[in-house]
Write a protein that binds this ligand. Structure first.
Ligand code: SAM
Length: 288
C-alpha cells in the first residue's frame, strides 16, 4: 500500500520497489510539500468541467489531486521508468491517461482534439527546469486552444515573465509571455519543498491566455524586432536593429524611427509592448 505521495518516505519506498533513480538530467525534482500541491491546483481553479494537460507527472503527486477534481487528465511523461509507478499511484482513477512521450515532440493539437474532444484544456505542471522556456514558448507560440497555463518554474524565470520595461528582468521572454497572456504569480516556493532539492527557489505562475492586446502587420517581424532589440542589451535600438537578424540599413531605420516617433538612441529594454508593435509595424510596412 502506497502512502501519501508528498511524503519522502513514500518516495523512498517507491524508489526501492521499482528500482527507480532520480534523473537530474530530466529535471526530476519531486514535490514533497502538500501545501504547494494544493496551491498549484487551487491556483488553476480546477472544477469538474475541466480538462487538464499535465507535463511530467513524476510519481503522480499533482496528477492524483487533479484527477480527483477534474473531468479528465492527460499527463505526458518522458521517463518510461515512471510508467509502472503511475499505474499504481493512479490506479483508482478512470479519468487519467498517461502518455509516454517528450512534450516538445508530441503533437498537442491531436491530443486536444482526440483526448479532449477539442475542449480547451488547462496546462498544469511542475515543469522540468532544463526546458521550462521551450515548453512555455511552444504552448504559447503554437496558439493551441489552451485557456490557462499554471506552472512551477524557477523563481527567476517567473520574474522575467512578469517583468515590465526598464527593469533588469525585462526581455524577450517577458514580451512573448505578455503578448499571449496575462501572467500572475501565485506563490513563491522554497527549495525545501522538493526531493531532491534544487539549487534555486521556484514560483508558481499562472498565464491566462487571451487575444493579443496589440495589432500587428507581421507577428514574425514583431518577434524578430524584439529579439534584435534585446540581443545586445547595451546597444541603442539603431545599432541593435541595423546589426541584427533583419539587417535593416541605417537609412531605412532613420525613416522608420521618424515615422514612429521612437528615439533611435533608446535601448530595447525601455520599450513597452505597444512601442514594439509600433516599431515592428513600421518595419513591416517598409519590407513589403
Ligand atoms: N509532477 C511531479 C512533481 O511535481 O513531483 C514531477 C515534476 S519534475 C520537476 C518534472 C517531470 O517532468 C519529471 O517527471 C520528468 O521525468 C518529466 N520530464 C522531463 N522532461 C520531459 C519532457 N521533455 N517531456 C515530458 N516530461 C518530461
Amino acid at each position: 500500500m502506497i502512502g501519501k505521495l508528498t511524503s519522502p518516505s513514500t518516495i523512498k519506498y517507491i524508489m526501492a520497489k521499482y528500482d527507480f533513480k532520480f534523473s537530474i538530467g530530466l529535471g526530476q525534482n519531486f514535490l514533497i510539500n502538500e501545501q504547494v500541491v494544493q496551491s498549484i491546483v487551487n491556483g488553476a481553479e480546477i472544477s469538474e468541467e475541466d480538462y487538464i494537460l499535465e507535463v511530467g507527472p513524476g510519481i503522480g503527486v499533482m496528477t492524483y489531486e487533479m484527477a480527483s477534481r477534474a473531468k479528465q487528465v492527460v499527463a505526458v511523461e518522458i521517463d518510461s521508468f515512471l510508467l509502472p509507478v503511475l499505474e499504481e499511484t493512479l490506479a483508482s482513477f478512470d479519468n487519467v491517461k498517461v502518455i509516454n512521450n517528450d512534450i516538445l515532440k508530441i503533437d498537442l493539437e491531436s491530443i486536444i482534439s482526440e483526448e479532449f474532444n477539442n475542449h480547451p484544456p488547462k496546462v498544469v505542471a511542475n515543469l522540468p527546469y532544463y526546458i521550462t522556456t521551450p515548453i512555455v514558448m511552444k504552448l504559447l507560440e503554437d496558439e493551441l486552444p489552451i485557456s490557462d497555463i499554471v506552472v512551477m518554474v524557477q523563481k527567476e524565470v517567473a520574474d522575467r515573465m512578469m517583468a515590465g520595461p526598464n527593469t533588469k528582468a525585462y526581455g524577450a521572454l517577458s514580451v512573448a509571455v505578455q503578448y499571449y497572456s496575462d501572467p500572475e504569480i501565485i506563490t513563491v516556493v522554497p527549495k525545501s519543498s522538493f526531493m531532491p532539492q534544487p539549487n534555486v527557489s521556484s514560483s508558481v505562475i499562472r498565464l491566462k491566455i487571451r487575444p493579443s492586446s496589440v495589432d500587428l502587420i507581421s507577428k514574425d517581424i514583431f518577434f524578430k524586432t524584439v529579439k534584435d532589440a534585446f540581443s545586445k542589451r547595451r546597444k541603442t535600438l539603431l545599432n541593435a536593429l541595423s546589426s541584427g537578424i533583419m539587417q535593416i540599413s541605417k537609412d531605412n531605420l532613420k525613416t522608420i524611427f521618424d515615422e514612429t516617433g521612437i528615439d533611435p538612441g533608446r535601448r530595447g529594454e525601455t520599450l513597452s509592448i505597444e512601442e514594439f508593435a509600433l516599431l515592428s509595424n513600421a518595419i513591416a510596412k517598409r519590407s513589403r
